[in-house]
Design a protein around this ligand. Sequence first.
Ligand SMILES: Cc1cc2nc3c(=O)[nH]c(=O)nc-3n(C[C@H](O)[C@H](O)[C@H](O)COP(=O)(O)O)c2cc1C
Length: 161
Amino acid sequence: MRSLITYYSYSGNTEKTANILAGILRQKGDVTIQRLKPKEEIASFLGQCGAAFTGKRSDLQDGIEYDASPYDLILIGCPVWAFAPTPAVNTYLDGISGLNGKKAVIFVTYGSGAGVKRCVERIKTVLKDNGAYDIGELAVQQLKTDDSVFVSSLFKKALSP
Ligand SMILES: Cc1cc2nc3c(=O)[nH]c(=O)nc-3n(C[C@H](O)[C@H](O)[C@H](O)COP(=O)(O)O)c2cc1C
C-alpha cells in the first residue's frame, strides 16, 4: 500500500500526529510525508485567524506532490484556525489531482474544539468534489497530538467504513 501524507503545522502539534500516522502506515507499505511550508508565514494570531476565516491561500514553497494518483491512501493534516483550514492547506486543496476513487483521511488538531466540524467539512467537500470515494476523519486535541496509542485508536476508527 502506498500512502501520501500532506500536512501543515505552524507550532508542531499537527506534525506530531502526522509522524505517528506515518509510523503506523509504514508497517503496511510505502509512505510519502510532506509538510506544506508557506513562502511567508503569517506570524500574528489575529492575522492567522483572519486569513483562515476568509479562506485565504498562501504561496507554498516548491517540491510538493499534488498528484494523488500513484497512492492508495491520501491523508490531509491541518490545524483548525478560526473554525477553518489554514491558508496552506487551502492552496494544496486547490492543486490536488488524481483523487478519483481514492480513499482519504482528514486529520485535524485543535485547541478548544470550536469549529472542528466546520473545518473538517470544508476539507471533506473539496476531496469529495475531486472524486475521493471514502473519506475518514480524526480530530486530535492539541495535548494528545503525540499520544500514539490515542492517535492510533482514532485512526483505526477513521479507516473503518
Ligand atoms: C490562529 C489560530 C487559530 C486557532 N483557532 C482555533 C479554533 O478555531 N478552534 C480550535 O479548537 N482551536 C484553534 N486553534 C488551536 C490550534 O488548532 C491547535 O493549537 C493546533 O493543534 C495547532 O497545530 P500546529 O501546532 O500543528 O500548528 C487556533 C490556533 C491558532 C494559532
